[in-house]
Design a protein around this ligand. Structure first.
Ligand code: HEM
Length: 453
């Protein structure tokens, strides 16, 4: 804890306004999307104060400031989640886990499910699912609203990777709507009364738990019989067993719920942006085509090993550029554990701190013409120099657990798109975007798809 004699306590607060009593500037924050912080950064610089979501908040952008927040985990900042998230997603998962050593140990266990050898096991089935979905997109009525369709695809992929690829269609059709209702109602008033949005979300969570529990017990039995894990849940159970821990049902349920939540909204956003940027840049599609041709991978349905995916340098650059220009997650929240200095200003103990991903990318001096979609820029950028200038997956101890898995999904999508179809924006225009819960096109992105078959 800080004391009044701490030098940081003598520093001024950053500029900015705190708006109306109690609600502060929450309405502008929700309604203005990306403009909220863009306008304020233009007025006040890299660090400003505001009052959003019930907390006085300091918002920061810029590699140095963001690095300080992310590397300061457990020392100057800790986690901060709204009550609704804690109630619906549970508290026994990675993101809500507040203590340093417990978080570290749990993360090691979860990350086992996203290591190279585990991804290699999922890759073939992921690729087949993506290719099948693209075929149904081409065959269906046109134009297709890409964002809802991508959410459906990414949810199915997330379930398949979590509990296994041989899922009963009826089961997915039953769990999908439960999950959608839970997520939709999480962004609501924290009122658990009959008929309230939060009560609906909690009812769905109870039903999802019943479904998860069945799978967890099945996987536990398989692992204790000595079977080799081949999905995320069984990797987590087996990795906990190997490190001498037995995670409780609640811990496994909360972790699975978190992975489904964190793992499909974000990737749907990135998939939609990928399809949009490529539709607007035919020369980029042409270069992806050349990258595939060079490696003899143009044949639709030809399976790709992780090694082959890794060799597709240009495809990797396309995915990076999508995540730089259209990062799905705008930033992250923390709570100041003590009063500290940032950019010459005071961050008072107990205040919320929001580090910005989107504004850090767009204000970075490392990227020339940052508003342009240019995958070639990654051919010359030194990745160590961009460590905190480019951070779509956050950074420090709480960096994204699923980032390698997410990148693989996006690369496979890029490959399958280019070798199986052609597509164009139905109205030819770049759509307006919304930023909550993740970046997405306000009109759903209507696109006309044509199969190359
Ligand atoms: C954390 C972004 C995909 C699981 C994060 C954070 C960001 C992020 C920015 C850090 C938030 C913070 O600092 O508070 C993304 C993006 C994705 C993506 C842009 C896709 C393009 C995934 C996937 C999974 C996943 C596919 C799992 C299957 C998680 C988890 C955390 C996390 C568990 C919490 C980690 C911790 O607290 O230690 N993600 N994510 N994410 N992400 Fe992702």
């Amino acid at each position: 804890y800080s004391t009044p004699s701490d030098p940081a306590c003598a520093l001024p607060l950053p500029e900015g306004t705190t708006g109306l009593p109690i609600i502060g500037e929450t309405l502008s924050f929700v309604l203005e999307g990306a403009d909220f912080s863009r306008k304020r950064h233009a007025l006040y610089g890299d660090v400003f104060k505001t009052h959003i979501l019930g907390h006085p908040t300091i918002r920061v952008r810029g590699a140095e400031n963001v690095r300080k927040v992310l590397r300061g985990e457990n020392d100057i900042v800790g986690t901060m989640w709204p009550d609704n998230f804690r109630m619906v997603l549970g508290t026994e998962n990675l993101a809500m886990c507040s203590s340093g050593p417990v978080h570290r140990q749990r993360k090691k266990i979860v990350m086992r499910a996203f290591r190279h050898d585990a991804l290699e096991i999922y890759a073939d089935s992921m690729q087949a699912m993506i290719a099948d979905t693209l075929r149904t997109w081409c065959r269906g009525p046109q134009p297709l609203a890409v964002y809802p369709a991508a959410r459906e695809m990414m949810f199915r992929l997330a379930i398949a990777v979590l509990v296994g690829f041989h899922q009963d269609e009826d089961e997915i059709s039953r769990v999908g709507p439960l999950f959608k209702t839970a997520v939709k109602n999480i962004f609501s008033l924290p009122l658990n009364v009959p008929g309230s949005a939060l009560r609906k979300a909690l009812q769905c969570r109870r039903e999802i738990d019943e479904w998860l529990k069945r799978h967890i017990h099945e996987k536990q039995a398989q692992i204790w019989r000595g079977e080799v894990p081949d999905d995320v849940l069984s990797f987590i159970i087996s990795s906990a067993k190997d490190s001498g821990e037995k995670l409780s049902d609640q811990e496994l349920q909360d972790t699975a719920m978190e992975l489904l939540f964190a793992g499909h909204e974000t990737t749907s956003s990135a998939a939609t942006s990928l399809i949009m940027h490529l539709a607007l840049q035919p020369q980029v599609v042409q270069k992806v085509h050349e990258d595939l041709e060079k490696h003899g991978l143009l044949q639709p349905d030809q399976p790709l090993s992780l090694e082959q995916v890794g060799r597709l340098t240009y495809v990797g650059q396309v995915v990076k550029e999508v995540l730089r220009l259209s990062p799905p997650v705008g930033g992250g929240f923390r709570r100041a554990l003590k009063t500290f200095e940032i950019g010459g200003f005071q961050v008072p103990e107990g205040w919320a701190v929001m580090y910005s991903i989107r504004d850090t990318h767009s204000a970075s001096q490392v990227f020339s013409s940052p508003e342009q979609f240019d995958p070639d820029r990654w051919g010359s950028v030194d990745s160590t120099a961009t460590r905190y200038d480019f951070l779509p997956f956050g950074g420090g101890p709480r960096a994204c657990a699923g980032k390698e898995f997410a990148k693989l999904q996006l690369k496979l999508l890029c490959v399958e798109l280019v070798r199986t179809c052609r597509w164009e924006l139905a109205d030819g225009k770049v759509p307006e975007t919304k930023t909550v819960p993740v970046l997405h096109p306000a009109n759903g992105l209507p696109v006309n798809f044509l199969s190359l078959d």
